[in-house]
Design a protein around this ligand. Structure first.
Ligand code: FAD
Length: 456
């Protein structure tokens, strides 16, 4: 059951002494080599150039034809792949993790699954079963990563539901569960029971084939959760598009019934909340209350949201209301409100409630650290921070050096699979890459300082 841990926190927390605002002025870059800083500057400048992101896949194919796959591969490894990806082999991933740990940062591995290919419908379950193997290997890899004695903490990894269940199924389930009055057939408890028993679930809105796929998907999700629980790895489930998110949340709620119960000790399956959606704060409040009522632990990854352009395009095409906030400022206000609510929950419910502040935004990170101090939440407690590998190191390093738990989301895998994934993520996060100007300015200033041999 959720209990109040506030008193404990105010004794053990960071609230002794004054709150020191973190400095995101690039001071922490002194921890990085000149080569790394130069590559980061070059790659971030290239990624902020819209034609490169828009035509990334075509340019890659063209460079392969012109330079041959070896040379073009070497160029990518020295630039984009090297900046944003841990590597391909276990040794390469471990090497990357050791470098992060030396800087006070932790790994959050992510299997870079692309959107379900058109052929998935024809290959039946095989594509999803292949992804299941990749997820189980990711659990193994996460568990087996070297641990730094100074950085003991929780092991986390990301999970994308649409790698294990088809987008089509999630879309159909979403249309069904968002209809008023028809959702009782699809309660989290019923799905959890089907996951556990392996008995065939029959849902009236689905045809025989879809019911079979649902059963197979539930079994895959449960296998990953069970294995992750055994290996002490927490699963952070990604949020995707609004036309499938309700189904994803239902599946996460079913996993939570089984894996976030008090006897399991702490949330093993977390959901992601996207502040750019108008209804997110309300959903977060409702879900937290439901978890509290059911005596379940509650884990949240809080993000602004990555699919803005597509969400707006879809609502425009369908003539429906745009589900996203009207502008960037409204999204930031929503993020701040969700953050405040979650931190207050954490301060009241302690280890039963966990939060990842997944943002590169300096203001959001500052707000989180200040409120953690005011609420007496310890730095090594249930609140952590998340940023992408190769992005906003000035924020991650400053947080890590100040003793906060910071995870870098790390994709890994072979060049051929990861580059299309990276290009698509860059297209989705165009505004973020273009907004990385401050990071570029800080990198450039540090490089000039080194070049001129100036000690500041
Ligand atoms: C560890 C980690 C995990 C993540 N997991 C997910 C996930 O599961 N699902 C997901 O969707 N995203 C995920 N993201 C991406 C995230 O949602 C953001 O796209 C990204 O972090 C940029 O937001 P920010 O707060 O870091 O930076 P900022 O630069 O402060 O914010 C940029 C964001 O603001 C919003 N925005 C920009 N312009 C407008 C506008 N005109 N109107 C309204 N809103 C606007 C968009 O959400 C945009 O991404 C993850 C990010 C991290 C670091």
């Amino acid at each position: 059951m959720l209990r109040t841990h506030r008193v404990l926190y105010s004794q053990a927390g960071p609230s002794s002494g004054d709150w020191q605002p973190l400095n995101f002025d690039g001071e922490a870059f002194h921890l990085k080599g000149t080569g790394e800083l130069a590559r980061a500057l070059l790659v971030l400048r290239l990624c902020a150039w819209p034609p490169l992101v828009t035509h990334g896949l075509a340019l890659q194919a063209w460079s392969q034809r012109l330079l041959g796959s070896r040379l073009s591969g070497a160029l990518l490894r020295a630039s984009v792949y090297g900046q944003f990806v841990a590597g391909e082999t276990q040794e390469e991933v471990e090497g990357c993790v050791r470098q992060l740990q030396a800087l006070g940062l932790r790994p959050l591995l992510a299997v870079p699954t692309e959107e379900e290919p058109d052929s998935a419908a024809q290959t039946g379950e095989a594509w999803y079963e292949g992804n299941l193997d990749a997820m189980l290997r990711c659990v193994d890899l996460s568990r087996g990563l070297p641990e730094s004695p100074d950085l003991a903490g929780k092991t986390l990894m990301q999970l994308k539901v649409t790698a294990l269940a088809s987008t089509r199924l999630c879309k159909d389930l979403t249309s069904w569960i968002t209809k008023p009055g028809v959702s009782s057939e699809l309660s989290p408890e019923r799905l959890a029971e089907a996951m556990d028993s392996g008995q065939n679930l029959q849902v009236s809105c689905l045809n025989t084939e879809q019911n079979q796929h649902l059963q197979a998907s539930l079994s895959r999700l449960n296998q990953v959760a069970q294995y992750a629980r055994d290996q002490q790895v927490r699963l952070l489930v990604d949020a995707e598009y609004t036309f499938i998110n309700p189904a994803l949340s239902l599946l996460v709620a079913a996993l939570a019934v089984r894996w976030n119960s008090p006897r399991e000790g702490g949330p093993w399956v977390w959901n992601t909340y996207q502040a750019y959606l108008k209804d997110t704060h309300e959903r977060l409040r409702r879900d937290a209350e439901a978890a509290h009522r059911a005596g379940l632990a509650f884990g949240v990854k809080l993000v602004r949201g990555a699919y803005l352009e597509k969400e707006r395009k879809v609502s425009q095409l369908q003539g429906t209301e745009d589900p996203t906030q009207p502008d960037y400022e409204a999204t930031s206000r929503s993020y701040s409100r969700c953050l405040e609510s979650m931190l207050s929950l954490v301060s009241h419910h302690g280890p039963m409630c966990h939060l990842m502040v997944a943002s590169h935004n300096e203001e959001s990170v500052r707000q989180a650290t200040k409120r953690m101090w005011e609420l007496g939440i310890p730095l090594d407690g249930p609140v952590c921070f998340g940023q992408l590998l190769g992005m906003c190191d000035h924020v991650s390093l400053a947080l890590g050096q100040a003793g906060y738990m910071v995870y870098k989301s790390i994709p890994y895998g072979c060049l051929k699979e990861v580059i299309p994934y990276l290009i698509r993520r860059a297209q989705e996060n165009r505004s973020v890459l273009q907004g990385a100007r401050r990071e570029q300015a800080l990198l450039s200033r540090e490089l000039w300082r080194r070049l001129l041999g100036r000690a500041e």
